[in-house]
Write a protein that binds this ligand. Sequence first.
Ligand code: 5GP
Ligand code: ZN
Length: 116
Amino acid sequence: MADGDCLFCRIAAGELPAKVVYSDDEVMAFRDVAPRAPIHVLVIPRRHLVSVMDLRDEDTPLLGRIFAVIREVARQESIAQSGFRVVSNAGRDGGQTVDHLHFHVFGGRFMTWPPG
Ligand code: 5GP
Ligand code: ZN
């Protein structure tokens, strides 16, 4: 898929608005437009990758940065102590609806288990 056709590439490029909570040269975090919890932030690589299945060994530093941002978001949103959930849906059975790798960060309420 060309970058211009991808929703999250367009958000990363600043072509579509988003409530950005973190941004650097490789990683962005913004609030989900339809929050499923009091805190619901999406953390994405700026580079277009469809899902975790697109990650390669050389992307290990990128994943490290993504998880550093997840920790930073958890601190900023005051859910680091109370706890939170990180989810990356992949493919049809995973319930992925936007085909640009993203990590949901849910918090601010107790998360039930198992997921639906
Ligand atoms: P998925 O279902 O692929 O795991 O997650 C996609 C998420 O993107 C959903 O939670 C959905 O609410 C969110 N989303 C879809 N379109 C937009 C948008 O234009 N802006 C923002 N901020 N979130 C979006
Ligand atoms: Zn994309």
